[in-house]
Design a protein around this ligand. Sequence first.
Ligand code: ADP
Length: 632
Amino acid sequence: MRSKDPKKVDEKNDDKKDAGKKNEPGIMKMTDRTMKYVLKTAWKEKKIVFLLYVIKFIGAVLGEFKLLLLPKLLVDEVVAISEKAAVTDHLHRAVFYVLLTVGAELLSRTLMNIADSSLSYYSVYLDRILTYRLCDKTMEMDFQHTEDPQVLDQRSKAQDGISWYSGGITGMLGGLYDIIFNVALMCTSVTLFIFYCPLILPVQIIGMGLITYFNFRSQKIATEAFLKLGKLNRLFSYYLYEVASQRYGKDARLYDSSELMSNRADHFGKGSLQVFRERSEGTVKNDYKSNIVNAFRDGFSYFYMGYRTLKGLLTLGDLTMCISAASRLYQSLMGIGKGFQDLTQKCSYAYQFLVYLDYPDALSRGEASVPEGDHEIVFEHVYFKYPRAEEYVLEDVNLTIRAGEHLSIVGLNGAGKTTFIKLLCRLYDVTKGRILIDGKDIKEYSREEYRKLFSVVFQDFQLFAFSLRDNVAMGRADEEPAEAEVENALKLSGLYEDAVKLDEGLDTRLFKSFDEHGTELSGGQRQKAAISRALYRNAPIVILDEPTAALDPLAEYEIYKKFDTLVGGKSAIYISHRLSSCKFCDHIAVFSDKTIREYGTHEELVKKEEGIYAEMFAAQSQYYVDAKSGNE
Ligand code: ADP
């Protein structure tokens, strides 16, 4: 199969990214897209939700029947009784209407209660589905997005927008239901007025038009405030919740940073409050204007109906019904306007969720299959700068790692060693130049297949709050865990003996966050667990990016040496700032000033006059000699 031209895909992605940023669609388009998504999701996941809205509708119609029509019938019967015309007949009918009122009330409430309580259950269910989709997107998106503040802001907006700002799926479906119900109510009231009080209609419509206009202005102010709040909320929660979490517990205490954190949280908290204040001030003015229009609309309606009754054009029953219908018409018109405004607003919040789900890939996706067997890696004039950064962190890096070769990468902190690995693993794409594996640009390979080439243990590796066994088996997450291999990987890393002594052996959960019987491994044990995971993965290229920093030099040396033996004929790349750990490698690449300054075997480099490696090695040997004599 011919793979896509990566350059072209890159350009296309750039276009898509720009489009996402500049062309925020109008509110109607957002509503349209969001509602289609919501309806489709609800239909696919829980069709019963639609049946529940139908039940709710029937209950509400019964309620309206009780309020609009039954009082009119009852009043007309009572008036007839008071005028002493065919009293028994009228009395029977009056009693029947009272019983009908009681029955309608009971049935209406029961149906509405059944629908509402079931809907609140399904609401949680459906919202959970959206949360899964958000998490899936976060885990599947290109790694570089996860470090991009713009994407993090978008995630924060998506999360807030799809949950409490929009009320989730049932919040939006409920909004649509309200509009449909109010349209039905409006049609009923309008029909009644056409027959009984036609002049009321234009006054209601003009009043409604004005009120809707004021409401729309309020909505615009609220939407603008929401967009501003995305970033502020993320920063506020970072300082308040994340930094206060257990992960930062030790550092926060040792560096006495709680006051600093509180001040920062306070700063961003004040920012949010200011946005809320501006929003309230803007909306309250429009609410005030709506109230004035409303008062005039009411006054005219009552005056007109009273006048027609006195003229004998309406019975007392008709008047009762028209008074009810006037308030129903107003309520329904308001309900439609407000419902429409609420729904578009909710959809514009929830739309941010769709923007997040559609966030374009940063990296092009190739389709070529990775060949079987050993792999040769070539860096060809590679330059790299991080997205949105001005400066290159790697410049003109050229290197060949032959199949089965063991390479050690050394250099001072910040020299670009980890970045080199990130480029090789395609967490980022090079800015200029090419990386080739088996002669093909790595951009051309299928991403899923390409990732399977590597077993990597990064410096900041993460273990999960699952059992130790699951943490190791995650090395091949798409397969059933192989018991014997998990145990073997733990034995090879030297963790097995400690692991079997844990309360529940390999099934002991790590961390105490989800299980009070969970265990907190020591720094060294954690590193061994991460190494076991990499060994279990059994990929053709293995990489250790200084995961052993918490171990003493001797233990680190032992692990690297043992690891090197285990790796055998596979290609391996080791990063360590302790040079002794890398002596046994075939070649050593020394990173400095954004590129590879020295390259050779340990013996070659250590002899080089004024060489960076020779200098670093001499300094470290001195340290080991001092440490040894100190111990003696
Ligand atoms: P090393 O592994 O040699 O310590 P790194 O590859 O981690 O060095 O970092 C190289 C340079 O790139 C450093 O100046 C670092 O600050 C910068 N850098 C690392 N990660 C990022 C990032 N995500 N965004 C921007 N700059 C980064």
